[in-house]
Design a protein around this ligand. Structure first.
Ligand code: AMP
Length: 301
């Protein structure tokens, strides 16, 4: 793609005035018709808002790679379980719109819940089996219905936006694997890009939910990335089990009892007992203070 030319194109002109906010999918489609007809590439970055540098890194890559950048901003109720943090999920639309504009986003699609789930909504897109029933999807954790909520809303976003490329973060590794599978299985004509986790200086993965951490919990939360580094080091120098043991000790020393700390095949999410020449995901989830945090490290062969 020719970035010089695309920067001269008319579809990028909304950027000089900031991102255009659209609340209705019909209006969004109407805006995207013309650039699509001209063969311009459309990039989509789905978010639930309360933007941080992790989101911004996705937006920057989308801006560099695509002619038109769409960011969706929607706190999707169907991916929250009963008793989860839907009501208190942090929101600041004004700030998000400013940051999106600064990142060069052309269109922010920020629909209401009724726009996405009109009365009588009765359809779901679900990836079955192992991918959604382990780790976060395990019945004792968030459950497979969490991923049904994710895949349903992402499928709807793909249909509303029609992106050539959609960008997601490695931080949500299981979500990335599930979305890749949905796209493959249902023949969505979109390329999925998974981008590296952006971290705070002490290693904590950026997350909108970090806003729930008080000072003491914030400090303890840094044990998560320390544990993952220990897991990778131990796995490479000794054995995967030794790595997991070292990781568990790191968590214990910060008083953190993980919901899970597991090594899985990075694509299939099946358990692995040893490094085996395929990428291995070590994933952790834990409650720290008022936040449920997840993180992972990808151990490449
Ligand atoms: P969310 O708003 O939390 O649903 O996240 C929107 C997108 O940003 C998802 O694809 C996430 O995986 C991605 N993301 C969240 N945190 C990070 C991070 N620290 N680094 C990179 N990507 C992230």
């Amino acid at each position: 793609m020719d970035r010089m030319n695309s920067n001269l194109g008319t579809v990028n002109s909304p950027r000089t005035e900031g991102a255009r906010v659209l609340r209705a999918k019909a209006a969004l489609r109407a805006e995207l018709d013309e650039p699509r007809r001209q063969g311009r590439t459309i990039g989509l970055v789905p978010t639930m808002g309360y933007l941080h540098d992790g989101h911004l890194s996705l937006l920057r890559i989308a801006r560099a790679e695509c002619d038109v950048v769409v960011m969706s901003l929607f706190v999707n109720p169907t991916q929250f379980g009963p008793g989860e943090d839907l009501d208190r999920y942090p929101r600041d639309e004004e700030r998000d719109l400013r940051l999106a504009s600064e990142a060069g986003v052309d269109f922010v699609y920020a629909p209401s819940v009724a726009e996405v789930y009109p009365d009588g909504f009765a359809t779901a897109v679900g990836v079955g089996g192992n991918l959604t029933e382990v780790l976060d999807g395990h019945p004792s954790r968030r459950g497979a219905s969490h991923f049904r909520g994710v895949t349903t809303v992402v499928a709807k976003l793909f249909n509303s936006v029609g992106p050539d490329v959609a960008y997601f973060g490695q931080k949500d590794a299981q979500q990335a694997a599930v979305i890749r599978r949905m796209v493959r299985d249902l023949d969505f004509p979109v390329r999925i890009e998974i981008l590296p986790t952006v971290r705070e200086p002490d290693g904590l993965a950026m997350s909108s939910r970090n806003a729930y951490l008080d000072d003491e919990a914030r400090e303890r939360a840094a044990a998560l990335p320390r544990a993952l580094r220990a897991a990778e080091q131990g796995a490479r120098s000794e054995s995967l089990q030794a790595g997991l043991d070292a990781a568990r000790r790191e968590l214990e020393s910060a008083g953190i009892e993980p919901e899970y700390l597991e090594a899985r095949d990075a694509e299939l999410l099946e358990p692995v007992a040893a490094l085996n020449g395929r990428p291995v995901l070590v994933a952790v989830a834990a409650r720290v203070g008022g936040a449920r945090l997840i993180d992972n490290v990808l151990i490449e062969p």
